[in-house]
Design a protein around this ligand. Structure first.
Ligand code: NAP
Length: 284
């Protein structure tokens, strides 16, 4: 009974490799980029059909949102083109696919939290490539879960927390976007959710998964800087003023009612997750 995970050394997958085997009492075979480049469809097919896993977790992706704008071919090659092969190979061995997606499939213009039935309309190449992957999975009518997550942080890959902490030590003040909304979510929360999907097998389909309660990047930065005892002033700025290559949705808040209704696992609040993170990995 093996679980196969593409993208072994990522922010989510590193945590997954540490925790999922104990959580599910199964062998988890993680594949690095070097073990299996998912732009190589033969390699995907060979790994899946050779190991015949019960579950396939696709945590591999081209996640640099701004770089995706200047490298759209690579974004689609990694984020969406592999999915038809992954689905066909999964079907051939009777495996369930667990695919990670993003709130960036939405345009953020809605004033209420996005549900799983709201229509995607991505604003940037990254979001479009991730949405194309979702469409490939749906077109294939796969035995699959699509888990849309957002604003991830964790110890294994550089993320927003590290970037802000590094800047705070180099400058007198920090400018952080205050008009984008979402929920900072720990990699450990995503892994707990994946473990729950494997153990409880709820109905297949799309699920939104994030920490409970939401905030802005500005408040997120202020919260963890205060926890770390760092007093560098944080200045709120608009998305327009940040002038990033890729457009971002303003309202990225996703409803997690469908997830909570399964009764499998209740994520912590984002503040609780950040507190745990700072306690586990103290920076000062
Ligand atoms: N991070 C977030 O805030 C966030 C938000 C929403 C959704 N998500 C989604 O959550 C999932 C996991 O994200 P993450 O933050 O853990 O990603 P990550 O830290 O960027 O890791 C991605 C992994 O994919 C691997 N990879 C890249 N190209 C590959 C290829 N061609 N073949 C095989 N492996 C390849 C990378 O390996 P190398 O480094 O060796 O290239 C890396 O191990 C992704 O689907 C992402 O779209 C993330």
């Amino acid at each position: 009974m093996t679980i196969l995970c593409f993208g072994k050394h990522g922010l989510v997958s590193s945590e997954l490799m540490r925790k999922l085997p104990g959580m599910c009492h199964r062998t988890v075979l993680g594949l690095s980029h070097r073990d299996c480049d998912i732009t190589d469809s033969t390699a995907i097919w060979d790994w899946i059909t050779r190991y015949r896993p019960t579950h396939i977790i696709n945590a591999a992706a081209f996640t640099d949102v701004d770089a995706c704008e200047s490298q759209p071919e690579q974004a689609y090659a990694v984020n969406s083109a592999p999915l038809p092969t992954m689905c066909r190979a999964a079907e051939s061995v009777g495996a369930t696919l667990i695919h990670l997606s993003t709130d960036y499939v939405f345009d953020g213009r809605q004033s209420t939290p996005y549900t799983e039935t709201d229509g995607p309309n991505p604003l940037n190449v990254y979001g479009a490539s991730k949405y194309q992957a979702e469409c490939a999975i749906n077109d294939h009518n796969s035995s699959a879960y699509i888990l849309r997550v957002q604003w991830l942080f964790g110890p294994d890959r550089r993320n927003f927390v590290d970037a802000i902490l590094a800047k705070a030590s180099q400058t007198d003040s920090l400018s952080v976007v205050a008009d984008q909304w979402g929920s900072p979510t720990a990699a450990s929360t995503v892994v707990a959710a994946i473990g729950a999907l494997i153990q409880h097998a709820p109905p297949l389909g799309i699920y939104h998964l994030r920490s409970q309660e939401h905030t802005s990047w500005y408040e997120f930065a202020r919260y963890f800087l205060a926890l770390c005892g760092i007093s560098t002033p944080v200045i709120p700025i608009s998305t327009d003023a940040a002038n990033r290559p890729a457009k971002r949705p303003l309202n990225g808040v996703m409803s997690i009612d469908k997830w909570l209704d399964t009764g499998m696992y209740a994520p912590p609040s984002w503040t609780e997750s950040v507190r745990q993170y700072v306690n586990l990995y103290p920076y000062i």
